[in-house]
Unconditional design. Structure first.
Length: 594
């Protein structure tokens, strides 16, 4: 609450104080968990004939926990700043699997504030440990029956604090009390939540989103994708063009003029939108790159608390655009300036018929001086060079990365570098300019006139506006643009306002290429006049559902609606909430059954 005090300015003091009260239950539970070892040792010694017991070891035990919990605390507030959720198993897994990328991702965190808070926590912790923990304890002579009574009472009380006194055992929901999500997160004990998240992540065989009978949930999802007629509006001059998909790091709709009313940040994309086919109501399926990559290229939805990239054996079973195009005679390639092993990208890429992979390891070390790897300009140029030697038709996917924390550039910062907003806008401008340079050079190539270029973001971002919480739909609003000479002239400049998702790219593209997309059950054709207007997105443990201009987001932990742009329409709100619950339940069950 100290770190994010600005977010609390308009919240009544009574609610802020209430966060401390509602935090007690899980705070007590955490304290009881870490007291188990000292309590058991003390109880055992109580039944011996010892008169004095040395407790220096408890000081050491406490010191270890003080260091561990202090580090977790400062990691937590930095993660919360970027992800909008507390430190969880996903963050730990991220750090263990790819420590270098984790450090790079956190490089934009306020280092002095982090160190200051860490120093305060350690100093206070060690001071209290020194004055409160006695070096030794002297046992008084106590009758055996009293020893048993004390032991049973102490152990029972500790167990009660661990579990909670109510009918339901302790869960994260016990800390949720407010309509202000930040207060719920403030009252949620960080270490308790982390331990719970780690345990939950190991239970991939159990669906955590059981809201209704599975058959009813599946039927609701089936209705969403059912169309009166399997049709499509053909916008291409040919059914077998080359296809180049740019998946742009953090390119939220807020960066653009058309969707975010921002001038001068993305002049190239804004121009492409006016001369291509732009989809104005598209939402990222999640809030991280791994989710956006899977969503865009396979049409598979996010799983909130879980990510399918953590289970490569399941990931291999979902279809991808690259497989379909390879089966139809396309040369396939993937370009990324970072480590392809990051977040199991490589397992996905190589397991889905991408026959050529270019990543950080293929560039000279002098060209990978950014923390994440090679800058976007170098990566785009590499794809251009390779395209000259590639047999047509070809399918290339380019995953950009420069517009990622810590927002480093090889050139001057267009909007300055004094803070993260300026840096973010500058790196976005750089990537946008690289797209412009790429297309200028591509126009000189013989394959250009027969190529469809697709631009889509991997996910949205808190910046540059800084006023969209993780549970608000604006955080997930992203651009999607089809561009190229291969588009029919009468469709150039057209804006498609159908509500859709990253997931819908698969079915939409394949329909234009006259390739069957029935395997992509979670993707709908945005250019089919009969497909329904809806989109789904999720974050670590919540989801949002957009349908016919009405958006409802729901917290799976607190079991409460976090956002509703039309609260006056109670009937429609309930219908949308039911659709969202059915969607996440069916998606997770599909994941389990893979």
């Amino acid at each position: 609450m100290f770190i994010f005090h600005i977010k609390l300015r308009n919240i009544p003091l009574s609610q802020k104080l209430a966060a401390y009260y509602h935090a007690l239950r899980l705070d007590f539970s955490t304290a009881a968990y870490i007291s188990v070892i000292p309590l058991l040792v003390y109880t055992f010694w109580h039944f011996t004939n010892r008169e004095k017991v040395n407790f220096n070891w408890v000081r050491i035990y406490n010191a270890i926990l003080i260091v561990l919990f202090s580090i977790i605390s400062v990691i937590n507030f930095n993660i919360y700043r970027e992800w909008g959720s507390k430190v969880n198993s996903r963050a730990i897994e991220f750090a263990i699997r790819t420590p270098n990328e984790s450090l790079a991702s956190g490089a934009s965190s306020p280092i002095f504030l982090t160190l200051f808070v860490l120093a305060i926590l350690l100093a206070v912790g060690f001071y209290l440990n020194f004055i409160l923990i006695k070096r030794e304890i002297q046992f008084s002579k106590t009758p055996a029956w009293a020893k048993f009574a004390i032991a049973i009472l102490a152990l029972s009380l500790n167990f009660l604090l661990i579990r909670g006194a109510s009918h339901a055992p302790n869960s994260q929901s016990m800390a949720f009390f407010s309509t202000h999500q930040i207060l719920n997160h403030a009252s949620l004990n960080t270490e308790w939540n982390l331990a719970s998240s780690i345990l939950a992540s190991s239970k991939a065989k159990k669906n955590p989103y059981l809201y209704q009978d599975q058959k009813l949930a599946d039927l609701e999802v089936e209705k969403l994708y059912k169309v009166e007629k399997d049709s499509t509006t053909s916008i291409l001059k040919t059914t077998k063009p080359n296809v180049v998909i740019f998946i742009l790091e953090s390119f939220t709709a807020d960066l653009t003029k058309a969707l975010g009313n921002e001038d001068g940040i993305t002049p190239t994309l804004d121009t492409l939108a006016k001369n291509g086919v732009s989809f104005s109501q598209i939402y990222a399926t999640g809030n991280r790159t791994d989710k956006g990559l899977i969503g865009s290229l396979t049409g598979f939805p996010t799983l909130a608390v879980a990510s399918i990239v953590s289970w490569p054996e399941k990931m291999q079973k979902i279809p991808a655009i690259s497989q379909k195009l390879y089966q139809n005679g396309y040369q396939t390639s993937f370009y990324y300036g970072g480590e392809s092993e990051f977040d199991n990208y490589k397992a996905f890429i190589l397991g889905h018929q991408y026959k050529k992979l270019t990543d950080r390891n293929t560039f000279d070390k002098k060209d990978t001086n950014a923390k994440w790897g090679a800058y976007d300009g170098l990566v785009f140029d590499r794809q251009l060079a390779d395209a000259k030697e590639t047999q047509q038709p070809f399918f290339s996917t380019i995953l950009s990365l420069t517009n990622h924390e810590p927002f480093e550039l090889p050139v001057k910062y267009k909007f300055g570098s004094a803070d993260n907003i300026q840096r973010f806008k500058s790196t976005a401008f750089y990537t946008d300019s690289c797209i412009g340079s790429y297309l200028s050079e591509a126009k000189k190539q013989p394959w250009y006139k027969n190529t469809l270029f697709i631009f889509i973001a991997d996910h949205g971002h808190l910046l540059p506006k800084g006023n969209h919480e993780i549970y608000e739909p604006q955080r997930y609003h992203i651009p999607l643009i089809f561009y190229g000479d291969v588009i029919k002239d009468n469709f150039k400049g057209k804006v498609v306002d159908k509500t859709g998702s990253q997931q819908d790219l698969s079915a939409t593209l394949l329909a234009q290429l006259k390739i069957d997309s029935k395997d992509f059950k979670w993707s709908k054709n945005l250019l089919n006049p009969y497909s329904k207007h809806f989109a789904y997105f999720s974050w670590d443990n919540g989801f949002g559902f957009v349908k016919n201009g009405h958006t409802v987001t729901f917290d799976n932990v607190g079991k409460s609606v976090l956002y509703n742009n039309k609260p006056e329409d109670a009937k429609q709100t309930n219908q949308i909430l039911n659709s969202g619950k059915a969607y996440i339940q069916s998606a997770y069950q599909h994941f389990i059954n893979l």
